[in-house]
Ligand binder design. Structure first.
Ligand SMILES: *Cc1c(COP(=O)(O)O)cnc(C)c1O
Length: 396
């Protein structure tokens, strides 16, 4: 075989190893194919109320959850405009492409952005967060924003340590966290960790189509909302609270809730949330064993250089010098029908990302890893052969 062989339409199911959107279980797909209903129909309201209760279980919160028709970006925006006023300062922990995008959004919305700078490969030093908070004796910082799981780099930021930095400095800022690629795959505890607002989306750990997102809000967050002056209409939580659904200004996307009801049933009843998280931990270990093995012979390397913060839902793999990640991904897709994630922003072409969250099991992960190794062979990317055996050893 050679990399230049004419691309053909591959047979068999596509192996989808992106970190979002993710695979949708067949039962969830079927459940979303629901005939239109009035969103005030008592039968739908029962499904809806069950979904809100289940979503709160996944977030591990007793507090408010507001939902929007829109992807994760919509919930980012909703969260900022409902909590803050023009010119107020937010402290954003740099983690990678997603922290920088959230920061750019905050600036465009008229907020002052202070960054805690970090090397994307090593991640933020919590001592720097504490120092920034301690230096802010006037309490100009109104919110601290953290991407819990930086999907671009494959790094998880320990939220309890950020909470501890706020507590240690007695700083009253709200703690906002993006849990878009961690919810339903990594341990996440909104109330226990003292998170004031958390942003989630439908198409990652929740295994749904793209297009619905939400914010969980603490009592302290709701107090801050009352005085927030950034302009809002569709996203206005106060407006939402006057409605039966306590969410959605406008039509409720009913088909999402039939899908969500099923994905929550899979997660909370059939598998159990703790088992969902344990499965992600186990599969991530297999992926990392393979990547670690391939890194021999001047092979590809972990982008994340902080093993204590390795993400259990996505691994970013840095290509060896002289090898392009995007052409590697194109070969995996065209030759073998394996879809991998690409590098985002400045990492474009430099890394590929293995998504290992959502509806996945051992055969799917092993198939993905074997196909990555095959693609390295086909593309002439240096590596130490035998990564799949290393993954098997990690699983066995
Ligand atoms: C996917 C993702 C987003 C963006 O969400 P969209 O649904 O694409 O708008 C934001 N933050 C993180 C950490 C993500 O993984």
């Amino acid at each position: 075989m050679s990399a230049s062989e004419t691309p053909r339409k591959p047979r068999g199911r596509q192996f989808f190893a992106n970190p979002g959107p993710t695979n949708i279980p067949d039962s969830v797909l079927l459940a979303t194919a629901h005939q239109t209903m009035d969103f005030n129909d008592p039968n739908f309201l029962e499904v809806y109320d069950g979904c809100i209760a289940g979503l709160k279980q996944v977030l591990r919160t007793q507090h408010e959850v507001f939902l929007y028709t829109g992807s994760g970006h919509a919930a980012w925006e909703a969260t900022l405009v409902n909590l803050l006023s023009p010119g107020e300062t937010v402290l954003i922990l740099e983690s990678g492409y997603f922290s920088d995008s959230w920061a750019q959004m905050a600036k465009d919305l008229g907020l002052e952005v202070q960054m805690v700078a970090a090397d994307w490969r090593r991640g933020v030093d919590i001592a720097d967060v504490r120092a920034a908070l301690a230096a802010d004796t006037a309490h100009a910082i109104k919110a601290v924003c953290v991407v819990h799981n930086e999907t671009a780099t494959g790094m998880m930021i320990p939220l309890p340590e950020v909470r501890a930095a706020l507590d240690a400095t007695g700083h009253p800022a709200l703690l906002l966290s993006d849990t878009i690629s961690s919810l339903g795959s990594l341990d996440y505890r909104m109330d226990e960790w003292g998170i004031d607002a958390c942003v989630g989306g439908s198409q990652k750990g929740l295994m749904l189509p793209t297009g619905m997102s939400f914010t969980g809000v603490s009592a302290k967050g709701m107090e801050a909302h009352k005085t927030s002056r950034l302009p809002k209409f569709y996203f206005n939580w106060s407006k939402m609270m006057t409605r039966r659904h306590r969410s959605f200004v406008g039509t409720v996307p009913i088909s999402f809730f039939y899908g969500l009801q099923e994905s929550l049933r899979l997660m909370l009843q059939e598998e159990g949330l703790d088992n969902v998280i344990a499965r992600h931990t186990r599969l991530a270990r297999a992926v990392r064993a393979a990547v670690q093995h391939w890194s021999g012979n001047n092979g590809p390397q972990f982008f994340c250089l902080n093993p204590a913060r390795y993400s259990d839902s996505v691994t970013a793999v840095m290509m060896p010098e002289g090898h392009d990640g995007d052409s590697f991904r194109a070969t995996a897709l065209q030759r073998f029908n394996l879809s991998l994630g690409g590098g985002l922003g400045p990492l474009g072409g430099k890394v590929f990302r293995i998504g290992h969250l959502g509806d996945l099991n051992e055969p799917m992960i092993l198939g993905t890893l074997a196909t990555i190794e095959l693609t390295m062979k086909v593309c002439g990317v240096p590596h130490q052969a035998g990564g799949v055996d290393a993954a098997l050893a990690a699983l066995g």
